[in-house]
Design a protein around this ligand. Structure first.
Ligand code: ADP
Ligand code: 5GP
Length: 235
């Protein structure tokens, strides 16, 4: 699922370089801004992992939020990269200690977003990509409202969804049946998102996701370096 830890990202927008002294020679693209939390949700099999991987590969300024889970690793998954894998007791201890921004039970396992790395990264201008379900999205939005951008992907049809799950080849027939039986209830949460995209053609869908991310980065409230920049312009 995920390929990179946010902690590995280059600090292209580090505050020391961009926040305090906005020189006239700087372009608005290099000004400091607060990072954002970019949530991609979809019924399982719609394509969010495919889109997420491409975004991480093509955009250095966004990194994956690595969740903690009690689900056992799938073949090829790496601890600390795809997830932080733990057991029930370890997960419960983190809940007790208030270390999650949100957490939920999905398919019989617990999943949660660790708080510390996200809060520090946002201040530094890092964007985080979240592959979380609708419950997590709701909690995240309640806690971090203005930082959260919510994108929901829909399949073009139920038949296409089933075909994609089978073609992916990662799940048994039983697991696929379980994901299909949950699909309609997951789809019903589409109206809890800011943006909704039908993932029919993968390239077109990816471009739409990029367009949303680019536009949200220009949101005035996030561009914290603008105040000094504009003051300098007006001097
Ligand atoms: P999710 O993360 O939502 O469960 P994946 O990204 O794993 O879904 O995609 C499920 C399968 O569907 C993968 O095999 C992927 O290559 C394929 N897929 C994704 N988007 C499309 C698309 N637009 N058209 C056809 N196949 C797709
Ligand atoms: P998987 O086990 O297939 O990797 O993920 C199963 C589901 O758990 C997916 O719908 C995914 O979006 C969701 N998920 C993964 N991490 C988190 C998390 O930290 N919080 C929440 N709420 N859901 C998560």
């Amino acid at each position: 699922m995920t390929t990179r830890s946010p902690l590995d990202l280059p600090h292209r927008l580090a505050p020391s370089a961009h926040m305090a002294n906005s020189k006239p020679s700087e372009t608005p693209d290099t000004l400091h801004r607060r990072g954002l939390m970019f949530v991609l949700s979809s019924p399982s099999g719609t394509g969010k992992t495919t889109i997420a991987r491409r975004l991480l590969a093509e955009d250095d300024a966004i990194g994956m939020s690595v969740s903690v889970t009690t689900r056992p690793p799938r073949p090829g998954e790496v601890d600390g990269q795809d997830y932080h894998f733990t057991d029930e007791a370890g997960f419960d201890a983190m809940v007790e200690a208030g270390e999650f921004l949100e957490w939920a039970e999905v398919f019989g396992h617990s999943y949660g977003t660790p708080k510390a790395q996200i809060k520090a990264g946002l201040k530094d201008g890092q964007d985080f990509l979240f592959d979380i379900d609708w419950q997590g999205t709701q909690q995240l939005y309640q806690r971090m409202e203005v930082d959260v951008v919510r994108v929901f992907l829909l399949p073009p049809s139920i038949a296409a969804l089933e075909h994609r799950l089978a073609a992916r080849g990662t799940d048994s027939a039983d697991v696929i049946a379980g994901r299909m039986s949950r699909a309609r209830s997951e789809i019903s949460h589409w109206d809890g998102y800011d943006y909704v995209i039908v993932n029919d053609d993968i390239d077109a869908c990816f471009e739409k996701v990029r367009t949303i991310l680019d536009a949200e980065r220009m949101n005035r409230a996030r561009q914290t370096g603008l105040v000094d920049f504009v003051r300098e312009l007006m001097r």
